[in-house]
Write a protein that binds this ligand. Structure first.
Ligand SMILES: [Zn+2]
Length: 415
C-alpha cells in the first residue's frame, strides 16, 4: 500500500508552514471527486493519520505541506458482485465460450480449485490494492469464511441457493439455511443473507421456500439476471443450451421454466419482490425489461459487470438504458473465473467506452456511493464527506482537459 506518511514527515520537517497539526495530511489532485458534491479541480483533501476526512477545500488552501497527486482522487470503491471462492480459477476457463459452457467449466473446476485460502487472500489483496473497501460476495460453500477476517474489506455475504429439480428443493434450501447460520455466527461483523442463484436454476418449489424465508428476514438478496441469449431462449422459446443442459440433468420438461415471456417477467411472482434486490449482469436486458422491473419490485438495484460479460460472452449491457435509473446502478467484477481483474476502475473504464455511456463522475458514483447505499453502509463509505473513512484512492490515465481515457486506469491506494 502506498502511504504518504514518510513523504509528509520529510516535507513537514523542512517546511516553514506550521499550520498543520502533526500526523494530518493535505493531498491535492488534478481533480477531487467527492461524489456527494461537485468535483473540485486542483482540490485539496485534509485527512488525519487514520484516513478520516477532516475537510475538502479548493486550491486556495494550499500550504507547503500539501502533497500533489496526479490525476483523480476519489473515495474507495464498492464491488457489488464477486465470487471469492472462485479465485483459484484465474485463466482456466477459455474466453468467449458462452454462459452455458462457462457454468460447465466452473462445475468441473470447483472440485479442484475451490478452497485454496492463499488464492482467496491474493484476490482480496488485489481488490484492496485496486481500491475496493467493501464487497458483496456470492458464497456457495464455507470456503471463504476463514479468510474474510484477515483483511480490511467489509463484506455482505449472499448465501446462494440453486437446484432445478423439484425433488431437491427442500434439501437445497436446508443446506442454504445451515450455511447462512454458519456465516452469521462465524462472521458476526458482516451481513449475510440468502439468495437464489439465477432466474433459470431453481425449481418453483425452491423459489417458494426462499421467498417465504427472505420475506421474513431483513437483508437484501441478489439474483443473476438476463446474462445470456440461452437464458432468454429457455424462457421465451424452451430451447437453447441451458434448456438442453437442464434436460440432461434430468429435469422433466414439465419443470422447465418455459413461459413465452422474458426471464424476470416469468418468475417475479416467485421472488420476494418487496425486499431490496440486486439484479446482476442484465447483459441482455432491454428497455421494456427495465421498466417492468421498476414496476414489479419495490426496491430494485442493477449491478453491471462488463468485464465478466466480455469474458464469458463477448457482449455488454446496453448501458444507456440503465442511465435512466442512474441512482440504482452498482458495479461488480464477478470473479477471476470470468474476469482478468477485480478492479472497479476497469469496469468504469469499460462502461465509459460504450455508446452514450456514463461520464466520469457518474460512473464513479456507480462504483462508490451507489454500492454503499445498496449495502446500507453509506454512513461510512462511498463519499469524501468529512468525518467518514471511506478509503482514499488515486486514479491516473484520464485526460482531465480532454475528458477521455488516454490509457486504462491505474489505481493507487492512498488510504
Ligand atoms: Zn456471478
Amino acid at each position: 500500500m502506498f502511504h504518504p506518511y514518510e513523504t509528509f514527515i520529510l516535507l513537514y520537517s523542512i517546511s516553514e508552514c506550521t499550520r498543520l497539526p502533526m500526523k494530518t495530511y493535505k493531498l491535492q489532485a488534478g481533480l477531487i471527486i467527492p461524489v456527494h458534491q461537485k468535483p473540485i479541480p486542483n482540490g485539496i483533501i485534509h485527512l488525519d493519520a487514520d484516513g478520516i476526512i477532516l475537510g475538502l477545500y479548493d486550491e486556495s488552501e494550499y500550504c507547503s505541506e500539501t502533497v500533489w497527486y496526479d490525476g483523480i482522487i476519489c473515495p474507495g470503491f464498492i464491488n457489488a458482485h464477486t465470487h471469492l471462492e472462485l479465485s483459484g480459477m484465474k485463466t482456466l476457463i477459455p474466453e468467449g465460450s458462452g454462459l452455458n459452457a462457462f457454468i460447465g467449466h466452473v462445475e468441473k473446476l470447483k472440485q479442484h480449485h475451490l478452497t485454496d485460502e492463499s488464492l482467496m487472500l491474493a484476490a482480496m489483496d488485489d481488490m484492496w490494492e485496486s481500491g475496493t473497501v467493501a464487497a458483496c460476495d456470492i458464497s456457495n460453500t464455507r470456503a471463504s469464511i476463514s479468510v474474510k477476517n484477515n483483511r480490511e474489506i467489509y463484506w455482505h455475504n449472499f448465501i446462494e441457493v440453486f437446484g432445478s429439480h423439484p425433488s431437491v428443493a427442500q434439501s437445497q434450501f436446508d443446506k442454504g439455511i445451515e450455511l447462512l447460520k454458519e456465516f452469521q455466527s462465524r462472521l458476526p461483523q458482516f451481513k449475510s443473507s440468502l439468495s437464489p442463484h439465477a432466474t433459470y436454476s431453481l425449481s418453483t418449489e425452491l423459489f417458494n421456500l426462499l421467498k417465504e424465508y427472505i420475506s421474513n428476514y431483513p437483508g437484501p438478496f441478489s439474483i443473476h439476471n438476463s446474462e445470456s441469449e440461452d437464458e432468454i431462449a429457455l424462457f421465451t422459446r424452451n430451447e437453447g443450451k441451458i434448456a438442453t443442459r437442464l434436460r440432461e440433468w434430468g429435469v422433466p420438461s414439465d419443470y422447465l421454466p418455459f413461459s413465452a415471456k422474458r426471464p424476470l417477467q416469468s418468475i417475479y411472482n416467485l421472488l420476494p419482490n418487496l425486499q431490496r434486490v440486486l439484479l446482476v449482469h442484465n447483459t441482455l436486458s432491454n428497455a421494456a425489461d427495465l421498466d417492468f422491473i421498476m414496476q414489479a419490485f419495490s426496491d430494485p438495484w442493477f449491478c453491471l459487470c462488463p468485464e465478466s460479460n466480455q469474458y464469458i460472452s463477448k457482449q455488454m449491457p446496453i448501458v444507456v438504458l440503465f442511465r435512466k435509473f442512474t441512482d440504482r446502478i452498482c458495479l461488480g467484477t464477478d470473479s477471476y473465473a470470468s474476469s482478468g481483474s477485480l478492479s472497479i476502475a476497469r469496469q468504469i473504464y469499460l462502461l465509459m467506452q460504450q455508446k452514450n455511456g456514463p461520464g466520469l463522475e457518474e460512473a464513479i458514483r456507480w462504483g462508490s456511493i451507489n454500492g454503499a447505499r445498496f449495502m446500507n453502509i453509506e454512513e461510512k463509505f462511498g463519499t469524501l464527506e468529512p468525518g467518514k473513512k471511506p478509503g482514499i484512492i488515486q486514479i491516473t490515465g484520464f485526460d482531465l482537459q480532454k475528458e477521455h481515457w488516454i490509457n486504462e486506469p491505474m489505481v493507487k491506494r492512498i488510504f
